[in-house]
Design a protein around this ligand. Structure first.
Ligand code: PYC
Length: 332
């Protein structure tokens, strides 16, 4: 029977939704958050579908569950849920989860202002600033990010040839910079992003394999990052990040910003210690920084950080009852 009551804190990180589910957690098997992610997908995916898809969610909906830590030194663990599945890592989801959980007293850090969190992609460190009952900002020290492929040519029906790079920042991103057949995101409509992104993604995944060297379950070029000229003062670059089947991230995308910084660093366009202010499709900003260098398998990698903010907008008590024909949601 697929039935349950799920209390949630709803809000957004720089415009993109975050639904932190605070009750109804399934008991997940596995030693690591990567194992637990697989167990959730195999046995409890109905919970994700019910809470993310219409009519209780929408194309951009994403959320999380907080779990006890799986490693000795961590404060907590996060499982991410969204319309396309359970991401290995989600930057905007982490910023929202940490903000709402601290504001509601659901997380007790061992050291004030800092958290160590287990996520399916590995372990991340977080710093935050809290004033009274409000969390002002959160900075994520993300998993190592690296450039996986450079200058890949892809033929896109209706658009022609594109040259793209592919970088990992917690998810694999196909990065498209302005070129002959793409004038830059400032010249494209949302309809163009939604139309061409799945075509590029399909063509790339037919052409090559993206597999994380340390975890084979983290695979596939799932996200696209279209780049262009920013419009908000202080931004270094703008993006439209496409994910799932129909979503354009309203936030500047934490894992996307990490992947973009790895690409820029590898191409000599960003230095260690330099800030990179990344602007979303709606003009909101994350401040990224290359904190240091690392290695992932044979790939030279960067240690990225991303700072952003989130606001809780309300509480939600969601019933899932399979006597409702749309209990598990639908996508149109
Ligand atoms: O912030 O990492 C992120 C993210 C991934 C998908 C949507 N947002």
């Amino acid at each position: 029977m697929r039935k349950g009551t799920f209390f949630c804190i709803d809000g957004h990180t720089c415009g993109n939704p975050v639904r932190l589910v605070t009750s109804g957690h399934p008991n997940l098997k596995g030693q690591t958050m990567s194992d637990k992610r697989q167990d959730f997908l195999a046995h409890y995916d109905w919970i994700r579908q019910a809470l993310m898809f219409e009519p209780k969610g929408h194309d951009m909906m994403s959320g999380s569950f907080l779990y006890p830590p799986v490693s000795e030194d961590a404060d907590a663990a996060i499982l991410f849920i969204e319309t396309s599945g359970c991401l290995p890592m989600c930057g905007h989801g982490t910023i929202g989860t940490v903000t709402f959980a601290l504001e509601q007293g659901l997380l007790t850090p061992k050291v004030a202002g800092q958290l160590l969190l287990d996520v399916p992609a590995g372990q991340i460190r977080v710093e935050y600033q809290q004033q009274g009952d409000k969390v002002e900002w959160v900075r994520i020290y993300n998993v190592p990010a690296y450039l996986a492929y450079q200058d890949i040519q892809v033929n896109v029906p209706g658009l022609g040839e594109l040259t793209v790079d592919i970088a990992y920042g917690g998810n694999f991103y196909i990065i498209v910079e302005p070129q002959a057949n793409f004038p830059g995101i400032q010249h494209w409509s949302a309809a163009q992003v939604l139309h061409f992104s799945p075509l590029v993604r399909q063509a790339i995944n037919q052409q090559l394999d993206c597999i994380h060297p340390q975890d084979v379950t983290v695979c596939g070029a799932s996200h696209l990052l279209w780049t262009g000229q920013p419009k908000t003062p202080g931004s270094h670059a703008a993006n439209a990040v496409f994910y799932g089947d129909k979503a354009i991230d309203r936030s500047p995308c934490g894992t996307g910003t990490s992947a973009r910084m790895a690409q820029l660093y590898a191409k000599g366009k960003l230095r260690v210690g330099e800030d990179f202010v990344h602007e979303s499709y709606i003009g909101s900003q994350f401040v990224g920084r290359v904190e240091g260098l690392s290695q992932v398998g044979n790939y030279p990698a960067i240690l990225p950080s991303i700072r952003g903010w989130a606001r809780a907008t309300g509480q939600n008590c969601i019933y899932v009852d399979d006597s409702d024909p749309y209990a598990l949601g639908f996508q149109v």
